[in-house]
Design a protein around this ligand. Structure first.
Ligand code: IPE
Ligand code: IPE
Ligand code: MG
Length: 234
């Protein structure tokens, strides 16, 4: 089971409380920690959290640098927790544009948590699904002698965004904050994902909300283009 989450609404959460947007991002980190723990308890295999998109570089410089500092500090703290809880932590996205201190923290966190088997936590940073697809396509074009299958493309995609190996497609995609869009997240991997949009802002999203999303997902009839279970039985 692979769950993707677009953790949206930190800024609005803070603004509604007359706090700076950065306070929302701090609260967002605490929410992420709770959901990672819930995911371990719920036996989720892979959890991918969208933390910073390639387009988020376009935000005001002060917000971007606050986010980079927060990411770095959180990675250090969370890697330790992940290590204790048997969670493997990896970062997906580009790395060449990250501040040096963050790149070092990323490599450190991945190294420390490599042996985790309870959950594979992927955090998307400087991530753009379209850019990743383009780069994977370029890699495919560079070795035309190899037949291009979906499996091979998934492997190329994993390589360009630094996944240690391809992960299964997303089963359930959750977006908080009320918007109903993908914002360039996991476009290839979400081909048959069930979509779950919630109004609640990310800092307020808790285990109850997470379990409610899982519960609703379990009741859905995933057909993958075939006929439904009821139709097949009848
Ligand atoms: C999501 O919250 C976190 C990041 C994109 C880093 P936002 O910062 O987008 O919060 P809103 O959507 O402005 O409320
Ligand atoms: C998507 O949220 C990126 C993350 C949650 C990290 P945005 O807030 O950047 O997306 P848009 O701008 O509303 O589409
Ligand atoms: Mg947003």
């Amino acid at each position: 089971m692979h769950i993707g989450i677009i953790m949206d609404g930190n800024g609005r959460w803070a603004t509604a409380r007359a706090l700076p947007r950065t306070a929302g991002h701090h609260a967002g980190v605490r929410a992420a920690r709770r959901i990672v723990e819930s995911a371990v308890r719920a036996d989720v295999d892979v959890l991918t959290l969208y933390a910073f998109s390639a387009d988020n570089w376009g935000r005001p410089r002060t917000e971007v640098s606050a986010l980079m500092r927060l990411l770095r500090r959180s990675l250090d703290v969370e890697a330790k927790r992940c290590e204790e809880n048997g969670v493997r932590l990896t970062i997906v996205g580009r790395r060449d544009r990250l501040p040096n201190m963050l790149r070092v923290a990323v490599e450190d966190a991945e190294e420390r948590t490599r042996a985790g088997t309870n959950l594979h936590l992927r955090v998307a940073v400087d991530y753009s699904a379209r850019d990743a697809i383009l780069r994977a396509a370029a890699a495919a074009a560079a070795s035309p002698e190899q037949p291009l299958t979906r499996e091979r493309f998934s492997a190329l995609l994993a390589a360009v965004h630094h996944d240690p190996e391809p992960v299964p497609d997303v089963d359930l995609l959750i977006r908080t904050g009320g918007e109903q869009r993908l914002s360039d997240f996991l476009l290839w991997e979400c081909a048959y994902a069930e979509l779950h949009f919630v109004r609640r802002m990310w800092p307020d999203f808790g285990e109850d909300d997470f379990l409610a999303a899982l519960h609703e997902f379990q009741a859905r009839d995933r057909r993958f283009g075939a006929v439904g279970q009821q139709a097949a039985a009848g």
